[in-house]
Design a protein around this ligand. Structure first.
Ligand code: SF4
Length: 238
């Protein structure tokens, strides 16, 4: 018997909506606000460490920064931005050319492939303009939620979420903002604790604190006023 032909049209996959965000208890939010104020006073010039002059450059720099220091990315990107300054030029470039420009960062083969794919999709689908929504950004090769949050917050001033890198995750836990290790859960906890308008800056402040004081190893707990006042680890880690 001939197999019945499938007549149903392929339906587009529905995207799961983000779960509704409940605010953290008021006392916790007040404590978080006090710590935020202290961090702001301590790091008044906190900003995105990746050098860029437009949204496309920031997508490129952030995609390259995965498991790589910002310092190294900032050494590599001037060469890329000089040779392939637009999505159109990057999309047309040979993969070998892109590889030769990024081969000082780790996972460079994969990152070069993603950069080319990202530029191609930007040209095909967005006329070479970096989109301003999480949904569209994470469709780009090499762009996951963290990169999309960096781009939305720093290139477009859109606080869609909180960037959770290793510094942010570590310090959020040490300061008692979260009990989780999973970046997605940490991000939800931070979003519930801090007002939306502060999400992008919060991540810069925590990163600055992570680099200056709350280092992964040998955190300088004893020397810091904020730590002594707000961190229960202040007398334990040193
Ligand atoms: S007390 Fe130590 S662990 Fe706590 S935030 Fe400060 S440096 Fe980090």
């Amino acid at each position: 018997m001939a197999k019945k032909k499938a007549t149903k049209k392929k339906t587009a996959k529905r995207k799961k909506p983000e779960p509704k965000l409940a605010k953290a208890p008021e006392a916790e939010r007040r404590r978080a606000a006090r710590i935020y104020k202290k961090l702001q006073a301590k790091y008044p010039d906190a900003h995105c460490a990746l050098i860029h002059s437009n949204p496309f450059e920031l997508v490129v720099a952030t995609a390259l920064s995965a498991q790589c220091t910002d310092v190294l990315v900032n050494k590599v990107t001037p060469g890329i931005f000089a040779k392939l300054p637009t999505p159109q030029l990057m999309a047309k470039a040979d993969l070998a050319t892109i590889e030769s420009l990024v081969n000082r960062v780790n996972f460079w083969r994969n990152k070069a492939k993603n950069l080319k794919g990202m530029a191609e999709l930007l040209v095909e689908k967005h006329d070479g303009v970096v989109p301003q929504t999480m949904e569209e950004l994470i469709e780009l090769p090499g762009v996951a939620r963290k990169t999309a949050n960096v781009v939305l917050g720093n290139a477009f001033n859109i606080n869609h979420g909180v960037v959770v890198d290793t510094h942010v995750g570590r310090i959020a836990k040490r300061l008692g903002f979260t009990k989780h290790d999973d970046p997605k859960k940490i991000e939800r906890d931070l979003m519930a604790l801090f007002p939306k308008k502060n999400w992008c800056m919060l991540s810069h402040l925590l990163i600055y604190h992570g680099r200056a004081v709350c280092k992964a190893r040998h955190a300088l707990c004893y020397d810091d006023d904020l730590c002594k006042r707000y961190c229960s680890n202040a007398n334990m880690i040193g």
